[in-house]
Design a protein around this ligand. Sequence first.
Ligand code: NAP
Length: 311
Amino acid sequence: MNSYDVIIIGGGPAGLSAGLYAGRAKLSALIIEKEREGGQIVVTSEVENYPGCIEGETGETLIDRMVAQTEKFGVEHLFDTVRDVKLDGRVKKVICEGGEYEAKAIIIATGAYPISIGCPGERELTGLGVSYCATCDAPFFRDLDVCVVGGGDSAVEEALYLTKFARGVTIIHRRDELRAARSIQEKAFADPKVSFMWNSVIEEIKGNGMVESMIVRNVKTGKRTEVKADPKDGTFGIFVFIGHRPNSALFSGKVKMDEKGYIPTDENMQTSVPGVFAAGDVRVKSLRQVVTAAADGAIAAVQAEKYIEEL
Ligand code: NAP
């Protein structure tokens, strides 16, 4: 029988937390995840900003325990790709490659993904020097050099945050002026720890088990330079902040979205469609972290339970 009280699309911290709360509420719940549970957090080598995680916690170990916790409460897990959803009416349908499922309520927890540079070496060295989250990874670069790629508010704000940890921060930007708000720019220009590499793009990241060097091309002159880690450090950090994209294309035209594709909700995680909730990074919100995703998931599941009771 492919019918559930609630189907949760996405198995990151928001989806797993929603599953936990749904399971504890004795709802029949299915979490559908494309490949592997965890979302963006599984690429983090150490999690120290989720309450209760002190030492030796990786994104993967935290997610493993979150998955086990949902299973303890009878939540089902399915690895499949969702192709379409039908959200109108009392019975919602989720059409996957491998079959169709229905539910009284849907929780969208599909997350967001950071835009990557797309150069050789970037994927292989993600979590090994390449990072997309300063809040998560800055402490691992204490007294090391780091580069920040991008010129928007995120890049410049995160560069300033990184100065609290790193020895020096170089902002690598593809133009010769920043996009970031003037007030943020001024702080960066005034900070002795921040330097700039203008008109530059990273063409390749190299390293054996950790970032050791990168090839940077000046887009004006075409000159390529290999920037190597300080020999006494052996490594440096590359933080990429060139924007995020929500994983929401599947719901386009079905729930309201903002101009970037993020899904607005009320404080109960309710979207524009009754019985459809959104939780985590896919939602319009101010802080995208595991702790806020988990909180969203809990609220979404409790509200889904109330919605189902009232049906
Ligand atoms: P953003 O404003 O879209 O900036 C992206 C930056 O990355 C731009 O400087 C862009 O260069 C650069 N970039 C884009 N694609 C690139 C590529 N393939 N290679 C190299 N560089 C690339 O993104 P964001 O900084 O993440 O900010 C997103 C939104 O959140 C913005 O509306 C921002 O104002 C807002 N935000 C606000 C605050 C705040 O108010 N405190 C903080 C963070 C974010 P170009 O400049 O050449 O296009």
